[in-house]
Write a protein that binds this ligand. Structure first.
Ligand code: KIV
Ligand code: ZN
Length: 511
């Protein structure tokens, strides 16, 4: 297999920096357990100093995950590093990832620090982190736009100070593959102690080049790639894990290294991340998009039937398509239900919480014969949503939709414990339902996105709806699932309204 390429997943940290993608502690643990099943090497669980919620989430992931290293992000500040160490205390294997910007524009305009001060802070941060763990990673933020002489000095000194991984970040997605590859090679040749650390890359997708830049870096000696499931992340996102992994695995003729992830877990993990964050996966997305293995043209279909390799370079099964086993049905008992959810990383704090989810499961099983893992995940997401800060709750919904008539919706919403009814007409049943809800809440939110997808296949499948709302510059995503897509749509809207109504106080690592 040649050398190992370390897969560092940052869905729970950089992925969470996507507008509206914030996750609760329970959601992070579920995704972390899925990443562990995927056998990623490192899971960056969050930025512990950002808020109490972030701290608790990193702590919970550190305690839940046994087979992957759990990492916490810290700026090059003593208090950040101490907080990260505290959150990671219970981890079987812990990494502290500290960073500071090294590009002229970031040092002058954002940090107001001289290069010498930045260098000193970087070394100090790495030394402090080493007091807690041997596994310390340092990132020069905006390395893609940094001066190479300065970058070499910083890297040499942080490696001397004990950094075991140095992560070259293309923070603003400005690099081009041939130049980024050359940069990695130059750094490895010019930094005298380069052999004492693993070179890593962290690429953003502003020019659509995050994966290409990461792979160019791997060809020039990088042995860790930082990436996210579905390419989730700040702005245009990060390098997509599934694309990096499958490119390296499929093109072993080109890459001198390989990954040890279990690729059959890619699709289940992708669906879980999409379900929890409310970021739908575009159908033509490589590897995990619904059409990634669909052959439309007759010539292709004919070729694939004769020999799969004529038009397919990977098999759908290898990346986990079709892995959604039927796990439970109408006759399944509480024990089977609890056991399967435990296997999926879901635990219940109380018998009451188990009962609540189980009764939702029974209601779903009445409507839908076969219940798959994806259905269970959506069910848990929904139960968690219902127990979060719930200012609004959908009590009932009735829609009349008939050919030639304008649809009307009647919604009963519990708002701060008081039931209110709203009636409205709309261009379609969903539009009518949203207008009826707005006639009660008058939220003043702007609807930025509405999307429906099916959780599993078949006409009895649950529809999963995502809505994105914006108010006063804040963006939230809401999700809802139901076999009736108008109800799923109303649930998603109410979920987003609840999120908008709950206050947040959180530090952004790069601001
Ligand atoms: O994009 C970036 O520079 C980062 C760092 C914290 C590594 O996310
Ligand atoms: Zn980033």
């Amino acid at each position: 297999m040649g050398e190992k390429l370390v897969i560092f997943d940052t869905t729970l940290r950089d992925g969470e920096q996507s507008p509206g993608a914030s996750m609760t502690r329970e959601e992070k643990v579920r995704i972390a357990k899925a990443l562990e099943r995927l056998r990623v090497d490192v899971i960056e669980a969050g930025f512990p100093i950002a808020s109490i919620g972030d701290f608790e989430a990193v702590k919970a992931v550190a305690e839940a995950v046994k087979d992957s290293t759990v990492c916490g992000l810290a700026r090059a500040l003593d208090q950040d590093i101490d907080r990260a160490a505290e959150a990671l205390h219970g981890a079987a294997a812990a990494r502290i990832h500290t960073f500071i910007a090294t590009s002229p524009i970031h040092m002058q305009e954002k940090l107001h620090m001289s290069p010498e001060q930045v260098l000193e802070a970087a070394v100090r941060a790495v030394k402090r982190a080493r007091q807690y763990t041997d596994d310390v990673e340092f990132s020069p933020e905006d390395a893609g736009r940094s001066d190479i002489e300065f970058l070499c000095r910083v890297l040499e000194q942080v490696i001397d100070a004990g950094a075991k991984t140095v992560n070259i970040a293309d923070t603003v997605g400005y690099s081009l593959p041939y130049r980024f590859g050359a940069l990695i090679q130059d750094l490895r040749e010019r930094v005298p102690n380069a052999d004492k650390a693993v070179f890593s890359v962290h690429c953003h997708n502003d020019l659509g080049l995050a994966v290409a830049n990461s792979l160019a870096a791997v060809l020039h000696g990088a042995r860790q790639v930082e990436c996210t499931i579905n390419g989730l992340g700040e702005r245009a996102g990060n390098a997509a894990l599934e694309e990096i992994v499958m490119a390296v695995r499929t093109r072993q003729d080109a890459f001198p290294c390989n990954v040890t992830v279990d690729t059959t877990q890619i699709v289940p993990c992708s669906r879980l991340v999409s379900n929890i964050t409310g970021f739908p996966v575009q159908p033509n997305k490589a590897i995990v998009g619904a059409n990634a293995f669909a052959h439309e043209s007759g010539i292709h279909q004919d070729g694939v039937l004769k020999s799969r390799e004529t038009y397919e370079i990977m098999s759908a099964e290898d990346v986990g398509w079709g892995a959604n086993r039927m796990v439970l049905g109408k006759l399944s008992g509480r024990n089977a239900f609890r056991t399967r959810l435990n296997e999926l990383g879901v635990t219940f704090n109380s018998e009451e919480a188990l009962n609540e989810t189980f009764s939702r499961f029974k209601a779903l099983a009445d409507k839908k014969r076969d219940i798959y893992d994806e259905d269970l995940q959506a069910l848990v997401t929904e139960t968690n949503l219902a127990t979060e800060n719930e200012r609004y709750r959908l009590a009932s919904l009735k829609v009349c939709s008939e050919t030639g008539e304008t649809p009307t919706a009647t919604v009963v919403l519990s708002a701060d414990g008081v039931e209110k009814t709203g009636v409205a007409k709309g261009s379609g049943p969903v539009d009518a339902a949203y207008r009826a809800i707005e006639s009660i809440v008058a939220s003043g939110c702007e609807l930025q996105l509405y999307s429906v997808s099916n959780i599993t296949s078949g006409t009895d499948a649950q529809g999963e709806v995502t809505v994105r709302l914006k108010k006063n510059g804040r963006i939230v995503n809401g999700q809802g699932a139901d076999t009736d897509i108008v109800i799923a749509s109303a649930k998603a809207y109410v979920h987003a309204l609840n999120k908008i109504a709950s206050p947040v106080a959180r530090t952004h690592p790069q601001v």
